[in-house]
Design a protein around this ligand. Structure first.
Ligand code: ADP
Ligand code: MG
Length: 400
C-alpha cells in the first residue's frame, strides 16, 4: 500500500476520503475524536502545498440532503483543529463543490457536504456507484484514503473512486492497519477480548475468528443477554436476538473444545425502564444475579462482581482488544461497568486496543486519558471485519 509520502502532491487537488462521522447533539459535536484522528494527514498534505478536498459521510441519510446530517458543524471544528479556514461546500458534486474546489490555492482546504446526500455513494448498483465516483473524480487529481471507519463499505468514495485516480493510504489508515496486523499475527499472551455494545449480530461474527486466536473472551453489554438466554436463563426485556441463540451455544461449545475461557456476566443491574439519557435523572435499578433477571426488567450494566471478575481476567493480559460498552454508559448510573473495564485495560501490562465508535467515545466521555491506551481505533465495524478475516473493499482498493 502506498503512503502519502509516495505521492507528489504539490499544487495538486488531493481528495481525502475521511471518516468524520462524529456523534452530534443537534449541531454540537459531542466527541471530535474522528476529526482529530485525520487532521494530521490533512495538515501534512497542506504543508506540502496540496489543495485538499475532504469528503465524508455522517449518519445515515437516505441518498438526499437532510439538514440534521450536514457536515457544516464539522467544517468549523476541523478549521479550529487545523488552525485554518475550511471552505465548506453546501453540496457534494454540484456547483458549490466545484466553486469551493476551484477557489482553493495551494495549501488550502475545502470540505464537501455529506457524501450520502447522493444515492450513488451507497448504491448496490455498480454502474450507479461508478457514475457518482466519476463526478467525485472530476474534483481531484489524486486520492488519499483515510476514512478507516468506512473501509468495510463498498461505497463509491471508498471503493470506486480510488480506481479512477492515483491513490495512497493516509496516515490514519496506515496506523490502524498496523495495529490490527499486530492483533492477527503473533500476539503477546494472554490475549483477552472484551465484547459488548448493542449491535449483537454485527459482533457475533468476530467471535468465530477470535475463538481461534484469543485465550479469553469476556462478554458484556447488550450482547450478554442473548448468550444468557441461550443458556436457558430468563433475560426479561433485555436486548435479545432470539434467532442468534443457536449460534451463541455453538460458540460456547467451541470455546470449551478449544480451551478458550468464555466469560459471561455473573451479576447485572436491571430496571423496568430505560434510563433518561437527556436529563440524566437518577435511575431506579436493582442488582441481581445474571441467572435471576425478573421477567419485567432489562439488564443495563454489569454488576460489581462482574466488574471485579473482568478486571481479574484482564490483570495479566499481554494483548487486549475491547469493542463495545459494558452497559448504557451514557447514563451515569449504568457507566460503572464500562469504567471498570477501561480502568482494567489501563492497569493491564499488555498492548490495549479499543475499537468502536461508542467505545472510543465512552473512554473519552468518562474522563480517561486516551493516550494511556495502546491504540484507540476510529473504526468499530471496520476493525471487527478485519479481525473476522474479511477483505475490506476500501483497503483492497488502496492496494491496487
Ligand atoms: P461500538 O460503537 O463501540 O461498536 P455499539 O454501537 O455496538 O458499540 O454499542 C454502543 C451502545 O450500546 C451504547 O449506546 C450503549 O448504551 C448500548 N448498550 C450497552 N449495553 C446495553 C444494554 N445492556 N442494553 C441496551 N443498550 C446497551
Ligand atoms: Mg456504535
Amino acid at each position: 500500500m502506498k503512503t502519502i509520502e509516495d505521492l507528489d502532491v504539490t499544487g495538486k487537488r488531493v481528495f481525502v476520503r475521511a471518516d468524520l462521522n462524529v456523534p452530534l447533539d443537534g449541531a454540537t459535536i459531542t466527541d471530535d475524536g474522528r476529526i482529530r484522528a485525520v487532521a494530521p494527514t490533512i495538515a501534512k498534505l497542506l504543508e506540502r502545498g496540496a489543495k485538499v478536498v475532504v469528503a465524508s459521510h455522517l449518519g445515515r441519510p437516505k441518498g438526499e440532503p437532510e439538514a440534521k446530517f450536514s457536515l457544516a458543524p464539522v467544517a468549523e471544528r476541523l478549521g479550529e483543529i487545523l488552525g485554518k479556514d475550511v471552505a465548506f461546500a453546501t453540496d457534494t458534486v454540484g456547483e458549490s463543490a466545484a466553486a469551493a474546489v476551484a477557489g482553493l490555492a495551494d495549501g488550502q482546504v475545502a470540505l464537501l457536504e455529506n457524501l450520502r446526500f447522493n444515492a450513488g455513494e451507497t448504491s448496490k448498483d455498480d454502474a450507479e456507484r461508478k457514475a457518482f465516483a466519476e463526478q467525485l473524480a472530476a474534483l481531484a487529481d489524486l486520492y488519499v484514503g483515510d476514512g478507516f471507519g468506512a473501509v468495510h463499505r463498498k461505497h463509491a468514495s471508498v471503493f470506486d473512486l480510488p480506481a479512477l485516480l492515483p491513490h495512497a493510504a493516509g496516515d490514519l489508515i496506515a496506523t490502524e492497519v498496523g495495529v490490527l496486523k499486530k492483533l492477527t499475527d503473533e500476539v503477546a499472551r494472554p490475549y483477552v477480548v472484551v465484547l459488548g455494545g448493542a449491535k449483537v449480530s454485527d459482533k457475533l461474527g468476530v467471535i468465530d475468528n477470535l475463538l481461534k486466536k484469543a485465550d479469553r473472551i469476556l462478554i458484556g453489554g447488550g450482547m450478554a443477554y442473548t448468550f444468557l438466554a441461550a443458556q436457558g436463563h430468563e433475560v426479561g426485556i433485555s436486548l435479545l436476538q432470539e434467532d442468534q441463540k443457536g449460534r451463541c451455544l455453538e460458540y460456547l461449545a467451541e470455546a470449551e473444545k478449544r480451551g478458550v475461557e468464555f466469560v459471561l456476566p455473573v451479576d447485572v443491574l436491571v430496571s423496568a425502564e430505560f434510563p433518561d439519557l437527556k436529563g440524566k435523572t437518577p435511575a431506579t435499578f436493582d442488582l441481581v444475579s445474571s441467572d435471576a433477571i425478573p421477567a419485567d426488567k432489562e439488564g443495563l450494566d454489569i454488576g460489581p462482581k462482574t466488574r471485579e471478575l473482568y478486571a481479574e481476567k484482564l490483570a495479566d493480559a499481554g494483548t487486549v482488544f475491547w469493542n463495545g460498552p459494558m452497559g448504557v454508559f451514557e447514563h451515569p448510573d449504568y457507566a460503572n461497568g464500562t469504567k471498570a473495564v477501561a480502568q482494567a485495560l489501563l492497569d493491564s501490562p499488555g498492548f490495549t486496543v479499543v475499537g468502536g465508535g461508542d467505545s472510543a467515545a465512552a473512554v473519552r466521555i468518562l474522563g480517561f486519558d486516551e493516550n494511556a491506551f495502546g491504540h484507540i481505533s476510529t473504526g468499530g465495524g471496520a476493525s471487527l471485519e478485519y479481525l473476522e478475516g474479511k477483505q475490506l473493499p476500501g483497503l483492497t482498493a488502496l492496494e491496487g
